[in-house]
Design a protein. Structure first.
Length: 239
């Protein structure tokens, strides 16, 4: 039984290495996803600027159509002036022309303002595209580094898994099931050292007779408190 417990201890060491590397792998994958998200955010920011330009262009075209209509109205009203016979009607048309010209001027100023805003946005887009190109290159380098670390980890995990499979060959199914259940219940630690009459997993005292039986190595002994499998270090066994 001593050899079985030793195999369990070795298996746990391998599993803890795999756990650590798997956690590192997950962190790297998250980092990769974050880099992709950063790049996508930059692209979306440029797309948003393009949408603003499109919206401004649409408003500008609508305003220019309004200007065309106002100019036609002014021209018609000015033509009517020559046909009017009464002073009252003449003054009314003059007021109508004045109001239309004021609206036309306001619309022209609005068009100029929108053109300025569009030019500013187009400048931002050009700058954003240059920054995006540089950022894309930077992200590619960073992702290359992350991918290199991922490849290294995958190779290490594969080596650990091979070592794990070799260790499993020496364990029967019931013992392995018990180990697996303990690992799930005890935060990954199923096998712990006993020292000076105590379980180092939960730091509780072990009954003296049970502790003495550990020296014999003839049976699987578990802590009565945390149920972890117990083992003694060689130096304590020798002592």
């Amino acid at each position: 039984m001593h050899n079985k417990v030793k195999l369990l201890e070795e298996l746990q060491g391998i599993d803890l290495k795999i756990d650590g590397r798997q956690a590192e792998k997950d962190a790297l994958l998250q980092q990769m996803a974050s880099l992709d998200a950063e790049l996508e955010q930059s692209r979306l920011a440029i797309d948003a600027l393009r949408e603003e330009v499109t919206a401004l262009q649409y408003r500008k075209e609508e305003t220019e159509q309004t200007l065309t209509v106002e100019a036609e109205n002014i021209a018609r009203s000015e033509t009517r002036l020559h046909e009017i016979k009464t002073q009252k009607e003449y003054q009314a048309v003059l007021k109508e022309i004045s109001t239309a010209k004021k609206v036309k001027t306001e619309q022209e100023e609005l068009v100029l303002k929108m053109i300025g805003e569009m030019e500013a946005l187009i400048g931002k887009i050009a700058e954003g595209e240059l920054n995006l190109a540089a950022f894309t290159g930077n992200i590619a380098l960073r992702k290359g580094e992350v991918q290199g670390n991922l490849d290294r980890l995958m190779a290490e995990i594969a080596t650990d898994q091979s070592e794990r499979d070799s260790t499993l060959a020496g364990l029967n199914a019931s013992l392995l099931n018990r180990y697996t259940m303990l690992r799930e219940k005890r935060q990954g630690i199923a096998v712990v050292e006993a020292r000076d009459g105590s379980c180092l997993g939960c730091n509780m005292n072990i009954p003296p007779q049970m502790y003495n039986n550990l020296y014999k190595g003839q049976e699987l002994i578990t802590c009565p408190h945390c149920q972890r499998v117990l083992f003694l270090r060689q130096e304590e066994t020798a002592a």
